[in-house]
Design a protein around this ligand. Structure first.
Ligand SMILES: *[C@@H]1O[C@H](CO)[C@@H](O)[C@H](O)[C@H]1NC(C)=O
Ligand SMILES: *[C@@H]1O[C@H](CO)[C@@H](O)[C@H](O)[C@H]1NC(C)=O
Ligand SMILES: *[C@@H]1O[C@H](CO)[C@@H](O)[C@H](O)[C@H]1NC(C)=O
Ligand SMILES: *[C@@H]1O[C@H](CO)[C@@H](O)[C@H](O)[C@H]1NC(C)=O
Ligand SMILES: *[C@@H]1O[C@H](CO)[C@@H](O)[C@H](O)[C@H]1NC(C)=O
Ligand SMILES: *[C@@H]1O[C@H](CO)[C@@H](O)[C@H](O)[C@H]1NC(C)=O
Ligand SMILES: *[C@@H]1O[C@H](CO)[C@@H](O)[C@H](O)[C@H]1NC(C)=O
Length: 283
């Protein structure tokens, strides 16, 4: 072997080694997020406890947590976990009573963390996860089994295996209900750092926008969350798409780009003006 081909060999081995290591690291990382776990242990206790806590803190006292739990369970128990549809949660959604005040609804897409930090700090708005329905199930996994009254604690299918799994269908149904009940001025936080801040394949783009009721929504305040002031994502094709979808539904909208640090600045001061500084400021 010549020296050159030896070096080439060493180089190839090194490159392959790096690829394998990177593959392992990313593969494991990815797996961690997408590995399908079974039903969350103590699901009933967690859900009922969250329900009671929510009712104690927010006044929705005509809710009965036992009844909510049983209609929830009824939606998917004993069913093939790849055949639970949005409509299976209709009765559950009807059982939960919650009124969201006008001008208080906040939608989000690819801005989960900052949107929730914002609603937690300011209490001016509510995301789905700040309502009873979303609060009870946030972060949990559940599924049943064909012709058995047991939960499956070992494995629940994810969105990639089948669209009509109990968790995805739940969030779609809950999002639909949340969007239908939005009134007055509503807001949505989109991720202005992405090439498509508004995507028609997101839950917001495929379900929520389609269920906006133009007779009760007066205005949509689009907030494009960006990392720096340089980008001008309100003019992006995808946000113009959203504006035109809303226009077709006869809903007016405005878009404002706002930086992550402006939002953090605003949520770190726990004062009443913080309600205005992100969302109502420039209407
Ligand atoms: C909602 O916002 C509109 C416009 O700013 C205002 O006129 C109305 O009073 C608000 N409603 C509530 C319940 O805050
Ligand atoms: C926008 O999306 C990018 C890429 O997914 C993410 O790193 C960033 O945190 C998101 N920005 C916000 C404000 O959520
Ligand atoms: C589960 O039920 C479906 C019909 O809903 C059926 O096609 C399937 O074969 C069943 N699977 C098992 C393991 O029983
Ligand atoms: C929209 O809201 C109005 C007024 O509350 C209501 O009568 C109507 O049924 C709603 N439309 C839909 C599609 O939910
Ligand atoms: C805009 O919407 C059209 C269909 O409504 C879609 O084909 C197109 O990909 C969208 N463009 C962007 C940038 O989102
Ligand atoms: C929407 O905007 C148009 C033009 O700015 C205005 O004339 C109209 O009253 C607005 N509609 C609503 C429902 O606010
Ligand atoms: C944060 O708030 C202070 C006082 O309201 C203001 O002077 C400062 O410019 C703000 N910083 C950002 C990044 O918006």
């Amino acid at each position: 072997m010549t020296t050159i081909s030896r070096w080439v060999c060493i180089l190839i081995v090194l490159v392959l080694g790096v690829i394998v290591i990177l593959g392992l690291v990313f593969g494991l990382k990815k797996n961690k997020g997408t590995t399908n776990k079974g039903t969350t242990r103590n699901l009933k206790e967690i859900v009922v406890e969250r329900c009671l806590m929510f009712i104690k803190e927010v006044d929705t006292s005509d809710n009965k947590c036992d009844q909510i739990w049983s209609t929830f369970k009824h939606a998917f128990i004993g069913k093939n976990p790849c055949n639970v549809k949005m409509g299976d949660y209709d009765q559950f959604i009807d059982t939960v009573h919650q009124y969201i005040s006008r001008n208080k609804t906040l939608f989000w897409s690819k801005t989960q963390q900052i949107a929730h930090d914002f609603t937690k700090a300011t209490k001016c708005f509510m995301t789905l996860e700040d309502t009873l329905v979303g609060y009870m199930m946030d972060g949990l996994t559940w599924c049943g089994q064909n012709s058995s009254m047991e939960f499956d604690y070992t494995y629940c299918p994810g969105y990639k295996e089948c669209e009509n799994n109990p968790v995805s269908s739940f969030w779609k149904r809950a999002s639909m209900n949340f969007a239908e009940s939005a009134q007055g001025r509503v807001a949505v936080m989109l991720n202005g750092s992405m090439s498509q801040p508004f995507s028609t394949s997101s839950i917001f783009g495929s379900i929520e926008v389609n269920h906006f009721n133009s007779s009760i929504i007066s205005h949509v305040n689009i907030i494009s969350v960006i990392s720096s002031t340089y980008s001008g994502p309100c003019n992006s094709m995808s946000i113009r798409n959203l504006t035109s979808i809303l226009k077709n539904k006869r809903i007016n909208s405005t878009c404002k780009a706002i930086t992550v640090s402006e939002i953090q600045n605003c949520t770190s001061k726990h004062n009443p003006q913080s309600c205005d500084c992100v969302i109502n400021g420039e209407l």
